[in-house]
Ligand binder design. Structure first.
Ligand code: ADP
Length: 267
């Protein structure tokens, strides 16, 4: 399997099987662990200027199968980003109130204001993942949602929200090891539910749904990044670098201070 770009090309059909979750082709562990320290600091600098600049918001969408490392990516990549400028929200099973609304309602309410980062730990993509795989809605309903999601993201981006989506791609064997570790480690056991084994049985259905999610909703304004995530050190560097690159492309700037302020003296 050859090395693939993080953002799949827009002009070719997307096949998840071409993407190796194990991929370590660009760099070793020691280097990555050194790099991530500087990348975290850089991300915080960029958040600071995004906050001052107030033209843009950043929405980070994290998806992946159980144990793909969504929580751990949040903890690692955003470690240096100040609490003032960054929020995270995790989406579980919808409440009765949420389920009574259109499927984007509960997410749109949490969209970031300009100047802020918002991380969606799971997202509206669950509407074409778990809801599809578990037959929670009819096929016509989830099929129509890819388009609806594209339009929603287009709208957010037109309004100044930069949307960056990361699919954390792990192998089936890596998931087995991580779930087993949850059972074996007393401090992680709370994370495990017997139902996780049923979800694992639906592995193939999820892979198909992930493939469609990327194939149908990978756009220039809201690109999907398919992150080889078997190795946490590699995953974190890839996510951080992609965010930094995108934010740097915005040419963020601190606002002009009032004229003459530089000559003032505080007495
Ligand atoms: P996580 O697994 O993300 O650490 P939880 O253990 O709280 O957190 O799991 C969240 C659960 O919510 C997942 O099983 C997921 O499938 C479910 N969920 C998320 N969104 C939806 C949705 N729209 N419909 C049904 N279930 C959902």
């Amino acid at each position: 399997m050859s090395h693939q770009p993080l953002v799949p090309p827009f002009d070719r059909p997307f096949k998840l099987a071409d993407y190796d979750p194990e991929d370590t082709s660009s760099g070793d562990k020691e280097q990555a662990l050194a790099d991530i320290v500087a990348l975290r600091l850089r991300l915080n600098e960029l958040q600071d200027v995004l906050y001052a600049d107030r033209r843009f918001a950043l929405l980070v969408v994290l998806q992946g199968i159980d144990a793909a490392g969504k929580d751990s990516t949040v903890k690692s990549v955003f470690q240096e980003v100040g609490l003032l400028g960054c929020d995270v929200v995790s989406f579980g099973v919808p409440t009765a109130e949420e389920a009574a609304h259109d499927f984007l309602w509960r997410y749109h309410r949490h969209a970031p204001e300009r100047g802020k980062f918002m991380i969606f730990n799971r997202s509206y993509y669950e509407s074409v993942l778990v809801e599809r795989v578990k037959n929670l809605v009819p096929k016509e309903t989830w099929k129509a949602r890819y388009d609806q999601i594209n339009r929603f993201e287009r709208f957010l981006s037109d309004e100044g929200t930069v949307v960056m989506k990361f699919f954390l791609h792990i192998s089936k064997d890596e998931q087995r090891q991580r779930l087993q570790e949850r059972i074996d480690n007393p401090n992680k056991r709370w994370k495990f539910r017997a139902g996780d084994l049923d979800e694992r049985k639906a592995w193939d259905g999820y892979q198909e749904a992930f493939e469609d999610m990327v194939a149908k909703c990978n756009t220039e304004h809201a690109p999907w990044h398919v992150v080889p995530a078997n190795h946490k050190w590699r995953r974190d560097v890839l996510v951080a670098r992609a965010l930094i690159e995108r934010l740097e492309g915005l040419k963020l700037r601190y606002p002009q201070p009032e004229a003459g302020i530089e000559r003032m003296r505080v007495v």
